[in-house]
Ligand binder design. Sequence first.
Ligand code: NAD
Length: 274
Amino acid sequence: MQPNHATQADTQADTQADAQADAQADAAFVAAWLTDATAVTVLTGAGISTESGIPDFRGPQGLWTRDPAAQRLSSLPDYVAEPQLRRRAWQSRRQHPAWSAEPNAGHQALVTLERSGRLRGLLTQNIDGLHQRAGSAPTTVIELHGTIWEVECLGCGDRQPMTTALARVDDGEDDPACLRCGGILKSATVSFGQPLDPDVIRAAERAARECDLFLAVGTSLTVFPAAALPRVAVGNGARLVIVNAEPTSYDGIANAVLREPIGGVLPRLVAGLR
Ligand code: NAD
């Protein structure tokens, strides 16, 4: 008879092996669903860019997990009311990892999906521009929360490249104002307390309605209205697949949940697509 501790170790190893086998089987099912799909809509979140060196907000190493007070930088009322917070926001923009980040294997896999002719829409909550940098068609990408590559005046709506505003910060303006009207400038991203562009959210809902497979990748699915999109897809008969390291409140209605690193699993899912 084996000693007890060996039996426990064997059982543990068996359990791990079973979990790995299950994960591989699930990924194989999802790959087959992708092959059969005619219209795939993908919703990405900050998790797809962590392997490019851009931290997410709510993951274990997330910016807000480590520093809950940093959330105020994303609050529009606070940004408008507090010049000191704006100065902090400009310093944080200067150091943003997006300026030097490169797309990773997860972004590239979605380009492969698009080139296979199956991609109905690529909806992203990210503001880093990495999907377009990877080669996703700008017409396919819907940036739900805007982009960090531009600034927008909260007064007159004028838009300018972020690089121009950051050059002014480098030259000593700690809170550069709009050169057209003197209003408050902010990155052209959607902050808390700021509505999404209605045309953008309508286009995203249409893409969610018109797909037969909805793939949610690297998102905690907690920020609305983006987080409502998987339910729109499921309500119209689509399969739902979630790829995320941590549980989400939509796992229960998903046809498959893959909890593997995105840069590893997405390339495997699309490898067989022609
Ligand atoms: P989130 O931070 O709420 O959730 C990210 C999820 O991704 C987490 O559940 C985490 O466990 C998972 N994750 C992280 N890395 C992963 C990996 N390599 N493999 C698998 N899973 C991984 O992000 P959200 O749902 O997108 O919402 C946050 C908001 O923050 C969005 O509105 C977005 O605009 C903004 N944001 C954007 C960026 C960016 O543009 N890269 C970065 C941070 C935050």
